[in-house]
Write a protein that binds this ligand. Structure first.
Ligand code: SAH
Ligand code: SF4
Ligand code: F3S
Length: 493
C-alpha cells in the first residue's frame, strides 16, 4: 500500500532499451525505428510523475534514437541529460529541484553536457525555469518533443532553448515508443493527451493542454507490435479514458460530438477497448484513469464481455461529500459516484476498485471529512492513493478558494484515511485467501530469487514459487496467505 507516495511521485532511473529488431506486427501506420547512423552522442533520461509521463519518455527516446543518439544508463557518460518532470504537488517539484542540484555537480565534471527539462514542471514554469535553475539549457513542454533535435542543436551553440507550445492536435500517434526499463511483458500505450475537466485543485489542464484522442489505428498497431514482440499486457492511458473519441473524418477529429448522425463514425472508449481486446485472447488489456462522471455502462459491459479485459477500475473519488465535490468541480455528487460503484458491482462483480483521495480541501469541515471516511467504508477500496491538499499556483482553487485548512488538520485527516484504508486493503486481501487466480508472470521476486511474481486480473500482485515459469506465462495460482500489500500463493492443482 502506498501512502502519500502516489505513483506519480516515484522516480525511476530508466535504462533505455531498444525493442528487439524482430518486431513484426501487422502494423500499417506505425513509423518503425529506422537504423540511423549514430551521431556518437549519448543521452540519459530520468522520469518523474504519472504513467503518462513515463510513456512520454519512451516517445522522447524514439525521437532521439531517430536523431542518431544512443542511450546510456550512466549520466556521467551522457552528452545529453533529460529530466521528465511532474508538477502535480509541490513535493514532486522539490524532488526535481534536488535532482538538478545534484546534476550541477555532474555538469562541472562533464563540460558541454546539455541538460534538458521536459514535462509538466517545464510547461508550468516555462522560461522562468532558466532563471531559477541556471544549469538548465533546454525547457521543453509535453507537446514539443518533436522539436527536441533542433532545440538540442540550438543549445549546443551555447544558447538556451525553450519550446513550451501546447498543441490541440499533437498525439505522437505514429511514433513507435522505445520501451524503457521494460520487463518485456507489460507496456503502457497513450491513447489521448491533455484534459478538459478543469478540476479546481489540478494543474494538469494547464501543463498538458486540451484533451485530444489518438488515432485508434495507431493504438491498435502499437498493441499488435507489442504482442508480436512478446508483450502480454497493455495499459491504455489517459487522464480521462472514458472521454476517448476519435474519427478519421477530419471534420470530427477532436470534437466532442453531440450530433447523433455522426455517432457511427466515431470510435468511443468501449469500442477502442474491444478493438485492442480482439488482437489476441492472451493479450491482457488494462486502462487508467476512469472519471466517475463519464464511466458508462457500455464500458462495464465491454469489460464483462472479454475475459482478457482486466477486472480492475481506478475510479478516483477525491471526496465523499457533494459540497466539496462541487467546489472541486468534479461534476458528480456522492450519490452519482455510489451509483457508478453499484453499476460496477452489478455488471462486473469480480472487479477490484481503487481510488484517489484528497484530504483538507478548502473549507472542508470535520463532518465533510467523515463523509469521505464513510464512502471508503462503503466501497472498501482494494487500493488507494491518498494526499493532503496542496494548493497549486494558477489553478482555479488558487484563484477562487482559500486554502484555509491548517496543515496539521490536513495531515491528521490524511492519517485517518490511510489507517482506514489499511484495514480495508487487508480485509480485501484476506477475502482472496483460498481463491485461485490466473496470474501473468512478470518477473523474479525482489525478495527471494526462488519466487516469481505476477498479477491477477484484479491487478493484485501474487508471489509464488518459481518452478520452471518464466515471464509471460499464465499460471493458475491458489492464494494461501496475505499481507496488506501482497498475496502469497502456490501452484493450483
Ligand atoms: N486524471 C486523474 C488524476 C490525475 S492527478 C483523475 O481525474 O482522477 C492524480 C491525483 O493527484 C488526483 O486524482 C488527485 O487525487 C491528486 N491531486 C491532484 N492535484 C492535487 C493537489 N493540488 N493536491 C493534492 N492532491 C492532488
Ligand atoms: Fe486533473 Fe481533473 Fe483532469 Fe484528472 S480529470 S487530470 S484531476 S483536471
Ligand atoms: Fe504529474 Fe503531469 Fe502526470 S503533473 S501527474 S506528470 S500529467
Amino acid at each position: 500500500m502506498k501512502t502519500e507516495l502516489y505513483n506519480n511521485e516515484t522516480a525511476f532511473e530508466l535504462e533505455p532499451k531498444v525493442i528487439d529488431e524482430t518486431r513484426q506486427g501487422e502494423a500499417l501506420t506505425m513509423e518503425r525505428p529506422v537504423t540511423v547512423k549514430g551521431n556518437g552522442k549519448k543521452y540519459y533520461i530520468e522520469s518523474y510523475g504519472c504513467q503518462m509521463n513515463f510513456a512520454d519518455s519512451e516517445v522522447v527516446a524514439s525521437i532521439l534514437s531517430n536523431a542518431g543518439y544512443d542511450s546510456t544508463a550512466q549520466f556521467l557518460d551522457a552528452d545529453l541529460i533529460l529530466i521528465n518532470t511532474c508538477a502535480i504537488r509541490d513535493n514532486a517539484e522539490q524532488r526535481v529541484r534536488h535532482r538538478l542540484m545534484h546534476l550541477s555537480a555532474v555538469k562541472k565534471k562533464k563540460r558541454g553536457a546539455v541538460i534538458a527539462v521536459l514535462g509538466c514542471m517545464a510547461e508550468r514554469l516555462k522560461e522562468k525555469f532558466l532563471e531559477e535553475e541556471k544549469i538548465v539549457d533546454i525547457v521543453a513542454g509535453p507537446d514539443a518533443y518533436r522539436a527536441l533535435p533542433s532545440l538540442i542543436e540550438e543549445a549546443e551553440t551555447g544558447q538556451k532553448a525553450v519550446n513550451v507550445l501546447l498543441s490541440r492536435e499533437e498525439t505522437y500517434a505514429e511514433i513507435s515508443p522505445v520501451r524503457l526499463n521494460s520487463n518485456g511483458i507489460t507496456a503502457f500505450i497513450s491513447i489521448m493527451r491533455g484534459c478538459d475537466n478543469m478540476c479546481s485543485f489540478c494543474v494538469v489542464p494547464f501543463t498538458r493542454g486540451r484533451e485530444r484522442s489518438r488515432d485508434y489505428d495507431s493504438i491498435v498497431a502499437e498493441a499488435k507490435d507489442l504482442y508480436t514482440a512478446g508483450y502480454r499486457e497493455v495499459t491504455l492511458l489517459g487522464q480521462n479514458v472514458d472521454s476517448y473519441r476519435f474519427s478519421h473524418d477530419p471534420k470530427l477529429v477532436g470534437k466532442k460530438l453531440v450530433d447523433a448522425k455522426y455517432e457511427e463514425h466515431v470510435v468511443n472508449f468501449a469500442e477502442l477497448m474491444e478493438m485492442v481486446a480482439q488482437i489476441a485472447p492472451d493479450l491482457r488489456v488494462r486502462f487508467s484513469t476512469s472519471h466517475p462522471k463519464d464511466m458508462t455502462d457500455d464500458v462495464l459491459h465491454m469489460m464483462a464481455k472479454y475475459p482478457n479485459i482486466c477486472k480492475y477500475i481506478h475510479l478516483p473519488v477525491q471526496s465523499g461529500n457533494s459540497r466539496i465535490l462541487e467546489m472541486m468541480n468534479r461534476t458528480y455528487t456522492r450519490e452519482w459516484y455510489l451509483d457508478r460503484i453499484a453499476a460496477i458491482r452489478r455488471i462486473v462483480p469480480e472487479a477490484a476498485i481503487s481510488t484517489d483521495i484528497i484530504t483538507g480541501y478548502c473549507s472542508e469541515t470535520e463532518e465533510e471529512h467523515q463523509d469521505t471516511l464513510s464512502i471508503m467504508q462503503h466501497v472498501k477500496y482494494e487500493m488507494a492513493y491518498m494526499f493532503a491538499y496542496n494548493e497549486r499556483p494558477g489553478t482555479v482553487a488558487a484563484k477562487k478558494h482559500t486554502d484555509d485548512i491548517p496543515e496539521e488538520v490536513k495531515k491528521r485527516r490524511l492519517q485517518e484515511v490511510v489507517d482506514l484504508h489499511r484495514i480495508h486493503s487487508l480485509e480485501r486481501n484476506k477475502e482472496d485467501v483460498g481463491k485461485t487466480f490466473e496470474v501473468l508472470v512478470e518477473g523474479i521476486s525482489a525478495r527471494n530469487d526462488e519466487d516469481v511474481y505476477g498479477r491477477n486480473t484484479q491487478n493484485k500482485v501474487i508471489v509464488f514459487e518459481k518452478g520452471n515459469f518464466k515471464p509471460g506465462d499464465y499460471v493458475k495460482v491458489k492464494v494461501v496467505r496475505c499481507t496488506s500489500g501482497t498475496l502469497i500463493g502456490e501452484l493450483a492443482e
